[in-house]
Design a protein around this ligand. Structure first.
Ligand SMILES: [Fe+2]
Ligand SMILES: [Fe+2]
Length: 492
């Protein structure tokens, strides 16, 4: 690599408003230097964050990693790539540019100017929304902590670390809002975000899916595809918020999130590609002996991650969701593109539920079913990836296909909780469910089979046998580029 690649962020090419100030201890585009109190408070939180990163961030020792850093928040040229030691990554506070004319686009404040401060009556609800979102960001870093030890390639290792540093930055994004707008309570919540830990029995992360261990790379790819995508949809609703600093924060986070979606969709696709090659070459589904992950195990992983991610949307019917909407705190996905009154007082929709061993539908007020509205958008997006993976199977001449399970499959939250629904959408009694569930969800033997293939491949340009190489590298670099320099002798 050339020396300039090691020098860190280059000057931003866009206008002064979108510039990020890297001369500060905490890089930011919110004029942190102009608010000494806030600056000192965040500088007090910074070492605690770095301690947390050291203890619960990536476990594999590295010298440096080819990472993307945000340098501007404008449309073009927002990121810079360079090899940086991970602990020196410049986590900072980046908000999308402010639109001085922005108005609230939905709910009872529709048409009023967006809020630059938190209204007293919505303080508790906004605080809760920010804390729940903030809690998921460091959780995923904790969940993925040991994956570097079994990376299928240096290319994949770099992508894992990129996702990790950006989830760390998303924590910064939420902590900034807590410190800047919620006083002492906000500062206390910011401390708690580092004290709760994924899977901790005494102080677990807030949401269930963020306490499940990410055991292997297939699960990591499923996680970035399905669970990061939940994050994308939640951010999409907060991006519409009447509380302008939250909206601008989420707008920029969504930009970073796109890479996480990419890691998921291509990761699963490359796994399926290798599986399909082995199935075609050996004319069998049983390809574990040939070093590939059998398609039925991939399907089980998909079933698991999709169903736990569906639970993240909460109950289909929720008074809170309706109240958040009417108050202007949280909009719908693509709110401004919806062709209705954006108040929804009289609007209704259909909802599926289980009754007497059957799936039925009923009409419910839309305002009370906004979690379901968002979940439907999410499910449609998830289906697009499955279609793409099936094209890989088709191209390889394999007749089997992956499916997205029914929305009621393996659910612990909402209308389906307490019922058994098969991936195909049949309602089952206890006995039928227990007789078949091993064929639908990964068990110990499936996880052990996958784990047996998870051997690290740290040679530049080489890939573990269970996954196909990507078509192209990152930021126009070749696939065999030295994306990561490991710390061990002989590998650096
Ligand atoms: Fe995130
Ligand atoms: Fe993410």
């Amino acid at each position: 690599m050339s020396t300039d690649e090691r020098t860190g962020p280059a000057p931003a090419p866009t206008g002064p408003l979108s510039r990020i100030d890297y001369s500060e201890r905490i890089p930011n585009n919110v004029d942190l230097a102009g608010d000494r109190r806030l600056q000192r408070a965040l500088e007090g939180w910074q070492p605690k964050f770095l301690d947390w990163w050291k203890q619960l961030g990536p476990a594999l020792p590295t010298k440096d990693v080819y990472l993307r850093t945000a340098i501007a928040v404008g449309r073009d040229g927002w990121a810079h790539f360079a090899h940086v030691p991970m602990e020196q990554y410049r986590w900072g506070i980046f908000l999308a540019e402010r639109d001085p004319d922005r108005v609230v686009t939905f709910g009872k404040h529709k048409g009023e100017p967006a809020w630059q401060e938190v209204p007293g009556e919505h303080r508790a609800a906004l605080l809760r929304l920010i804390v729940v979102q903030g809690d998921t960001e460091p959780a995923s870093v904790e969940q993925q902590r040991v994956l570097g030890n079994t990376a299928p390639s240096i290319y994949d290792l770099r992508n894992l670390f990129q996702v990790n540093v950006e989830e760390g930055r998303h924590l910064w994004a939420m902590v900034y809002l807590l410190h800047a707008y919620f006083g002492r309570e906000g500062r206390e919540e910011a401390e708690q975000l580092l004290k709760r830990n994924s899977g901790d029995l005494d102080a677990p992360r807030i949401l269930g899916a963020f306490n499940e261990a990410t055991t292997d790379w297939l699960q990591f790819f499923m996680f970035t595809y399905f669970t990061d995508r939940d994050g994308k949809y939640q951010l999409g609703t907060l991006k519409e918020s009447a509380f302008d600093p939250l909206a601008r924060t989420c707008q920029f986070m969504l930009k970073e999130e796109a890479h996480h979606m990419f890691v998921g969709v291509t990761g699963v696709q490359r796994t399926v590609e290798r599986t399909a090659q082995l199935m075609a070459a050996h004319r069998t589904k049983d390809i574990l002996a040939y070093g590939g992950i059998p398609l039925d195990i991939i399907q089980k992983y998909l079933n698991f991650q999709y169903s736990v991610s569906m639970d993240l949307f909460g109950s289909e019917q929720s008074t809170n969701a309706g109240n958040y909407y009417s108050a202007g705190l949280k909009g719908r996905w693509m709110e401004t593109r919806r062709k209705d009154d954006h108040v929804l007082i009289d609007a209704t929709r259909q909802m599926t539920y289980v009754d007497g061993g059957e799936l039925r539908t009923r009409t419910v007020p839309l305002l009370s079913a906004l979690n379901l509205d968002l979940r439907d958008e999410y499910a449609a997006d998830c289906a697009a990836g499955v279609k793409r993976w099936n094209q890989v199977l088709e191209a390889a001449g394999v007749t089997e296909r992956l499916i997205l399970p029914h929305e009621g499959f393996n659910r612990k939250v909402g209308a389906y909780a307490g019922h058994h629904v098969s991936p195909a959408g049949e309602v089952l009694d206890d006995e039928a469910w227990h007789a078949r569930v091993d064929g639908w969800l990964p068990g110990d033997a499936d996880r052990a089979a996958v784990a047996s293939l998870m051997v690290p491949e740290y040679e530049y340009g080489r890939f573990a046998g269970w996954i196909a190489p990507p078509r192209t590298g990152i930021n126009d670099q070749p696939v065999e580029f030295d994306y990561v320099h490991l710390l061990e002798e002989g590998l650096v």
